[in-house]
Design a binder for this molecule. Structure first.
Ligand code: C5P
Length: 260
C-alpha cells in the first residue's frame, strides 16, 4: 500500500468501496451495502483515528473527518487516507461569504476527497458549485443538524419546523446543482419525494435499536433510514465507542442489507 507523503504514518489495509470518482454516479445504485456506511472518525487525535480506521478498513465504505479531528491534524490525515485510495468525507460544514466558500471548495477539489459539506444556505451552495467547476467531488448541503429540534430552531430565530426548513434547503441544494444533502432519517422520505432521485441523501442521527442517542435528537435505526430512501448513513459513536468497532459496523451493514 502507498506510504503517505506527509509521513504521518497512515498505514491501513487496501481500500475498498466508494472512491472519489464513483461517489456521485453511485448515489442511487451503490452495489455493496457496506459502501453505504460512513463512519465518523470523531477522535481527539490522528493516532486514535488511525487506530479506528485500521480496525474498520474493509468493513465500512467511507471515512468521515469532521471538525474535531480537523483541529488536530485531521485534514492532512484525511488527505493521506484519500491518497491511499480510501473514500474520504471531509465534513467541514463550510459557511462564509460566497467568495471565500468558492475559493475553499476550489482548493479542496482535486485532493481526492469523495464528499465535502456546505451549510445549505442557497447563496453558499451556489458559490460552492461555482468553485467546484465540475470537478469530481460530491458537495453535500447540510440542511438542519440532526441534534436540533423545533425548540432549538425557535431559539435560533427560525419560525419554520425542522421538516419545512429541511425541505426548502433540499430544494435549494438541487437548484444550486449540489451532489446531495444531509438530513435526519426522519425527513428522508419527504426529501426524496421532493427532490427525486438525482441528489444523494446522507443521514446522520442513525442509532441501532438500544444504543445511546447522545446529543442526537431526530434519529432512526439504520433499517428505517434505508427503507425511507437514504443512500448513505453516517454513524459515529455506536461504532467508534464499541469494544469491537468492526463487529459493530458489520451489524449495521447487515441491517442495511436487510432493508434494501
Ligand atoms: O456519533 P454520531 O453517530 O452522533 O456522529 C454523527 C456524525 O455526523 C458527527 O460527526 C456529526 O458531526 C455529523 N453530523 C450530524 N448531523 C448533521 C451533519 C453531520 O450529526 N446534520
Amino acid at each position: 500500500m502507498a506510504q503517505s507523503a506527509a509521513g504521518a504514518g497512515v498505514d491501513l489495509p487496501p481500500a475498498t468501496g466508494v472512491t472519489a470518482t464513483a461517489a456521485r454516479p453511485m448515489t442511487r445504485a451503490t452495489p455493496e451495502p457496506r459502501d453505504r456506511l460512513i463512519v465518523a472518525l470523531d477522535t481527539p487525535d490522528t493516532a486514535e483515528a488511525e487506530r479506528l480506521a485500521g480496525a474498520l478498513a474493509g468493513h465500512v465504505g467511507v471515512f468521515k473527518v469532521g471538525l474535531e479531528l480537523a483541529m488536530a491534524g485531521g485534514i492532512g490525515f484525511a488527505r493521506e487516507l484519500a491518497s491511499d485510495g480510501h473514500a474520504v468525507f471531509l465534513d467541514l460544514k463550510l459557511l462564509d461569504i460566497d467568495n471565500t466558500v468558492a475559493k475553499a471548495v476550489s482548493n479542496a477539489a482535486d485532493q481526492g476527497f469523495a464528499f465535502l459539506t456546505i451549510h445549505a444556505y442557497p447563496s453558499a451552495m451556489r458559490a460552492a458549485v461555482d468553485g467546484l467547476k465540475g470537478r469530481d467531488l460530491c458537495l453535500l448541503g447540510v440542511t438542519v443538524l440532526t441534534s436540533l429540534d423545533a425548540d432549538d430552531l425557535r431559539e435560533a430565530g427560525y419560525a419554520a419546523t425542522p421538516e419545512d426548513l429541511v425541505l426548502s434547503r433540499a430544494q435549494a441544494a438541487k437548484a444550486a446543482g449540489m451532489g446531495g444533502i444531509v438530513c435526519s432519517p426522519q425527513e428522508v422520505a419527504a426529501v426524496r419525494a421532493a427532490v427525486g432521485e438525482s441528489l444523494a441523501i446522507v443521514t446522520p442521527g442513525v442509532r441501532p435499536a438500544g444504543s445511546a442517542t447522545g446529543d442526537q435528537k431526530r434519529i432512526a435505526t439504520p433499517g428505517e433510514a434505508i427503507r425511507a430512501g437514504a443512500d448513505y448513513l453516517v454513524v459515529g459513536r455506536p461504532i467508534t465507542r464499541d469494544d469491537d468497532p468492526a463487529a459493530a459496523a458489520g451489524r449495521i451493514v447487515a441491517e442495511i442489507e436487510a432493508a434494501l
